[in-house]
Design a protein. Structure first.
Ligand code: 0PR
Length: 353
């Protein structure tokens, strides 16, 4: 049997993952046979997990971060809701979030038996604070906002949403799964440094350039993380907060290695390069007559006729569309200006403009 060729990133414009940094790849290989789910046995990788958390804390304005490296944003979001539910002990709990929330919230609501109330976004695709205020009540255990939405790369008004959450005694969660590694270099108010938020999802395996699986879950208060702890009688360590049992030491070690190498200068450079690519690409689309959405973070969306979308996919471009039909181009660290130029040239060939 022939060995399959590894993924080429040349024409991948829709992914929120990217090529791992070489140091992340190397660390992953070294720790591939370790299990941070059993920290008393695998002590080196457990120490690397603490390093990774310390970096995430520094990036998000949290001096004493509590949390862990999860399998990804989905697990982190499920666990943030689970922690809030266990902490609140409400008999009829609900979570309120803008409709721009990632679909992992639907999974979380389903698994946890929590009602998910999604409310409309404003004309610029951000959470509408008034709509969130109308939707919360005494049974709201968590309000969630997104810092870097999956479809349009928008940042919700996190300080305002936090006030709404805390006014009804709910916790505030920020999903920065994708945006968390670029937002430190912007003026957005999104982190623990800008509002008294309670938890955050921030994934090293997206813009952090770690290998998959490496998600991040952070809590301000240890007490909320502890609401996830389960007794583990036959392990040397006595409790476990993660959702999965055995976990990938490769993901944890690569996250620590990537952040040691890239925080902050390397991530800043990746952000600046990709933000410039996104702004350039947006202007090129507008110049061709496409009604593109101005990028706030390195993600450009633009309505594209079905036939053009299909032709570009046939030409090998890995592109995707929003629920409302806009083409999404995510300027991840592997995306080059040259590749965007080649894409535009193909668009000129297939398009009506
Ligand atoms: N929160 C946000 C804001 C996200 O964008 C995503 C993933 C998640 C949570 C869930 O993270 P995990 O996928 O790590 O569990 N957003 C991308 C999406 O659903 C994920 C993705 C990644 C899709 C790479 C394709 C791809 O090639 O579109």
């Amino acid at each position: 049997m022939q060995r399959a060729a590894p993924q080429s990133f040349d024409r991948v414009l829709s992914s929120m993952c990217t090529q791992p940094h070489p140091v992340a790849r190397e660390a992953a290989a070294r720790f591939v046979a370790t299990n941070p789910g059993d920290p008393a046995t695998y002590q080196t990788v457990a120490a690397l997990e603490e390093d990774a958390l310390a970096y995430l804390g520094e990036m998000t304005g949290l001096s004493t971060p509590h949390g862990y490296i999860a399998s990804g944003g989905t697990e982190a979001n499920i666990q943030a809701i689970r922690a809030a539910r266990n902490h609140a002990r409400d008999d009829d709990p609900n979570v309120v979030a803008p409709e721009s929330i990632h679909f992992s919230f639907q999974k979380a609501a389903d698994v946890l038996g929590v009602e998910l109330r999604t409310v409309p976004v404003d004309v610029d695709y951000r959470a509408n604070v008034d709509a969130v205020r109308e939707a919360v009540d005494d049974h709201t255990i968590l309000v969630a906002g997104v810092a870097g939405t999956t479809e349009f790369g928008r940042v919700d008004p996190i300080p305002e949403l936090t006030t709404v959450a805390h006014d009804v005694g709910a916790l505030m969660h920020v999903d920065a799964a994708w945006g968390g590694f670029v937002l430190p270099f912007t003026d957005h108010e999104w982190s623990f440094a800008h509002a008294p938020i309670d938890s955050m999802t921030i994934d090293p395996h997206k813009f952090g350039q770690a290998v998959v699986p490496a998600g991040g879950l952070l809590f301000r208060d240890k007490e909320i993380l502890d609401a996830l702890a389960i007794d583990t009688p036959y392990l040397e360590s006595t409790s476990q907060a993660s959702l999965t049992g055995t976990r990938s030491g490769a993901g944890v070690a690569s996250a620590a290695a990537a952040m040691r190498e890239l925080w902050p200068a390397g991530y800043r450079e990746a952000y600046e390069t990709q933000q410039a690519n996104a702004e350039w690409f947006y202007k090129e689309l507008v110049a061709r007559g496409y009604d593109a959405v101005e990028p706030e973070l390195p993600l450009v969306a633009a309505p594209l006729p079905d036939s053009e979308f299909a032709s570009l996919r046939d030409l090998g471009w890995r592109i995707s569309r929003t629920a409302s039909g806009e083409l999404r181009v995510v300027c991840m660290p592997h995306v080059s200006r040259e590749s965007l130029r080649a894409f535009l040239s193909d668009l000129d060939d297939v398009g009506s403009g």
